[in-house]
Design a protein around this ligand. Structure first.
Ligand SMILES: Cc1cc2nc3c(=O)[nH]c(=O)nc-3n(C[C@H](O)[C@H](O)[C@H](O)COP(=O)(O)OP(=O)(O)OC[C@H]3O[C@@H](n4cnc5c(N)ncnc54)[C@H](O)[C@@H]3O)c2cc1C
Length: 312
């Protein structure tokens, strides 16, 4: 592995490659051990070069965007971690906007609102990047990010590039084909409606921000919702309980439950918050306690929305 880090240094320069660097600060949970090797890429070309080099050396690649949907193990992540940074937003004609993987959803929201392009305004306040949002097909109210996308530029694990139209991305609730293929997002083209009044779009954005502030524990480190909501076609939620993961955790009596520095949020039972002292192991134990309690009490097997990276 030190050979690979040296190779990477030769390609990018020694100042660009970090070894055994703590990942906790790069996540919204603020937990997690080190990356064996970390590179922060600034362009599409750098992602491609780093991914190809890792492939030819047989080194595993883990992508990190905003770190807002991950629980990184205390022992960290072996192999190469590519943390995407920077990126640009550029119009493609009137009705499409190209956003690099590293662009934050909030940055994209601001860009589109300022140009009077409608589509993303209600997503204001969604943490993370375009790459991470596509990976898990992020959702807001009744819309999935995949609903807004025309196509996605990808690097395949063999290093080749391809342009996948949205209908080939296998977008479903909390799912895209990336979970199956290990492909990397380089950029995505979003469909927008031009010619709208920025002030009206800004109002919608503000409503979303206010809703989040009312309903989510934004003052504490978290990774958003821990569990996916039950799927009515396969999960039988007992009558009288709203079909949401948060309601199930709450009714199972775990709202406010704690393991070490990790606590089920008293504001939103599908959030676990870190009081600043939690380890990844404590958060993981609390996640499993919630899962078991809901299964025992209601027979519903909750599936994780957060992505665990490293060994648990
Ligand atoms: C307070 C709070 C509120 C939230 N609200 C919402 C919400 O309303 N809706 C929602 O859906 N989510 C929500 N989340 C979760 C999170 O914001 C989203 O899942 C977000 O899309 C994750 O993006 P990210 O860049 O942070 O991804 P990361 O956490 O960095 O990574 C998530 C996964 O994506 C992969 N990945 C990242 N970049 C790439 C890439 N370029 N190519 C391929 N794979 C990649 C990673 O390997 C990882 O498996 C919330 C989180 C927080 C903390």
């Amino acid at each position: 592995m030190s050979d690979f880090a040296t190779l990477l240094e030769q390609e990018f320069g020694a100042d660009r490659v970090q070894r055994e660097v703590a990942l906790a600060p790069f996540t919204t949970f603020k937990v997690g051990g080190p990356a064996e090797v970390l590179i922060e890429t600034r362009t599409e070309d750098e992602i491609i070069r780093a991914a190809r080099l890792a492939r030819s050396a047989g080194v595993k690649v883990t992508m990190l965007g905003g770190g807002s949907n991950v629980l990184i193990a205390d022992s960290g992540v072996r192999g190469l971690v590519i943390r995407t940074r920077g990126g640009d937003v550029t119009p493609i004609g009137d009705r499409l906007v190209k956003a690099d993987a590293a662009v934050t959803i909030n940055g994209l929201v601001r860009w589109t609102i300022n140009r009077g392009c409608a589509a993303l305004e209600a997503w204001a306040g969604t943490p993370g990047t375009v790459g991470g949002a596509i990976y898990g097909n992020a959702h807001w109210k009744k819309t999935n990010i995949g609903d807004l996308i025309e196509s996605v530029r990808l690097v395949k694990p063999d290093g080749t590039l391809l342009q996948a139209p949205a209908d080939r991305m296998e977008f479903e609730y909390d799912y895209s084909r990336l979970k199956r293929t290990g492909e990397i997002v380089l950029w995505a083209a979003f469909r927008v409606t031009p010619g709208r009044d920025p002030a009206a779009l800004r109002l919608i954005a503000r409503e979303s921000l206010a809703f989040r502030k009312r309903t989510q524990p934004l003052e504490s480190p978290s990774a958003g919702c821990i569990f996916m909501n039950p799927d009515p076609s396969r999960d039988k939620v007992p009558e009288g309980i709203p079909p949401s993961a948060g309601a199930l955790v709450d009714r199972a009596g775990l709202k406010g439950a704690a393991v070490g520095g990790a606590r089920v949020s008293p504001t939103h039972a599908n959030f676990i918050i870190n009081d600043g002292s939690a380890s990844a192991a404590e958060i993981h134990t609390l996640v499993e306690n919630c899962r078991h309690a809901v299964k025992d009490r209601f027979g519903v097997a909750l599936r994780s929305e957060i992505i665990c990276l490293g060994d648990f």
